[in-house]
Design a protein. Sequence first.
Length: 294
Amino acid sequence: MDIVITYVDGLDPVWQSDYEQYTNKPVVEKRFRDWGTLRYLFRGIAENMPFIRKVHLVVSHESQVPEWVNRKEVNVVLHKDIIPAEYLPTFNCNPIEMHLHRIEGLDEEYLYFNDDVFPMKPCEATDFFKDGYCFLGMSHHLIVWDMFKRICRNSDRLARKALGLKPSLIFLRPQHTCTPMFRSECEELYAKVKEEIAKTSMSKVRNGDNLNQYLFLDYMYLKGRLINKRLSKKHFSVGVVSAKKLHQFITQPSHKLVCINDVQLSEERYNELRQAQLNAFEERFPQKSKFEND
């Protein structure tokens, strides 16, 4: 299986120039700032997921690729390689997620990682895929109280429509971690709802009419290809976790995967938690991986 990672360096002046030109809005810092931890995601993959065939790093520009990335081991994919030109540039993860399955040479089985999810302990291929099925926790929700939940509901409704199922007041929400995907299922669904995706999800910035990657996961679940089985994962929000607790988990992890979710922070707290993460990750993964240049 392959891994697909989406990454944004909000400090890249090329990216910042495009953002200001096309959105006329200030950069939303918490959505685009770089915590400096991408190399540890690669080290976690190398140490804990030896069954991975290829890693694909999806970015907007060449200027987004860190200098330490080993191009012989990492397939760099630009937005223009997978997203139709009329929708570029984009500063919204949702149109990017709608087109990940179009990566050239992508394996039938792949895992999609945001850059805030890390494999911390040894994983098995069968944690994610087995006998033509994939595994992920799925929960059911009724109340919509923010934009993200609305996007989740939009995705659930379109997945049901694509399968000829009746609408439901209850909507699905997959477990927030790396997500297993079948390329063929994504291609099948995309072909069915391409017009709806173009109408709702190709905005420059996120809005409540969008769809997200849950569209594909809901489709696979409702079709019977995705089994409701929670992955071993811990979640932290930097808004409430202490630097000490982060360090303790990273250096002595209790779960196979961790998501360290960014929120709005003061500059002082951001710097404190950023340094705590970097110190802990360097202690946990001190050796360079094959994904890094010598």
